[in-house]
Ligand binder design. Structure first.
Ligand SMILES: Cc1cc2nc3c(=O)[nH]c(=O)nc-3n(C[C@H](O)[C@H](O)[C@H](O)COP(=O)(O)O)c2cc1C
Length: 186
């Protein structure tokens, strides 16, 4: 199973490094692709709506703009894990990734249709900070748009791989939460 893991931290090392190491040692037949946004810049959308014609962003894929490369990986993976620390809300590169995705899918008319290439994709989303596991619902609310039809703005209704109502009460830390979710994919 091809598993794309997007770490939204702006720095290499720290908590994301521990989570990655634990995932690598987990049992299961996984082909991991770990993407650290700290290593992968993504420019913001220019709101040119050029993607309405082609379904592709007009900005070229360059070493300084990895949007298309990461988006293509999302399309090809069997499951996507997004693991995000709390900085000032959602880290800016993850925000840019979402902004470019919504532009491409919305302006090309694929959101809310059966043509949405991410429709039904297996997905898990995690949020953590110094204070421990955080509520991932705000990020899920955004991502719902990409993986389901008839999404709602007020509550997340997609069946994510991780669904603990109060994960902080169940797991000792974010790594344990991620590993337990990984087990459900075995
Ligand atoms: C700019 C910035 C803002 C942060 N804001 C918060 C916060 O509001 N609450 C919190 O508990 N931790 C906050 N943190 C701490 C990070 O969430 C924490 O260090 C986390 O482990 C970072 O993930 P990483 O080690 O994978 O980079 C902040 C860190 C930075 C750099």
């Amino acid at each position: 199973m091809k598993l794309l893991v997007i770490f939204a931290s702006q720095r290499l090392g720290g908590e994301n490094k521990k989570i990655e190491a634990a995932m690598k040692s987990a049992e299961g037949n996984f082909e991991f692709d770990f993407v650290h946004l700290a290593d992968n810049n993504i420019h913001s959308c220019m709101a040119c709506m050029g993607c309405a014609e082609t379904g592709r962003c007009v900005l070229p894929s360059t070493p300084d703009d990895k949007f298309q490369e990461i988006f293509d990986k999302m399309l090809l993976s069997d499951a996507i894990f997004i693991i995000s620390p709390v900085y000032a809300g959602i880290p800016s590169r993850l925000t840019a990734l979402f902004e470019r995705m919504i532009s491409i899918l919305f302006f090309s008319g694929r959101i809310n249709t059966d043509n949405n290439p991410l429709l039904g994709k297996k997905a898990a989303i995690f949020s953590y900070a110094s204070c421990g596991i955080c509520d991932e619902t705000p990020i899920k609310l955004i991502f719902d748009k990409f993986v389901m039809k008839n999404y709602q703005f007020d509550c997340s209704t997609y069946e994510y791989l991780n669904n603990a109502e109060n994960p902080k009460a169940v797991y000792k830390d974010i790594t344990e939460y991620v590993l337990d979710t990984l087990k459900s994919l075995k």
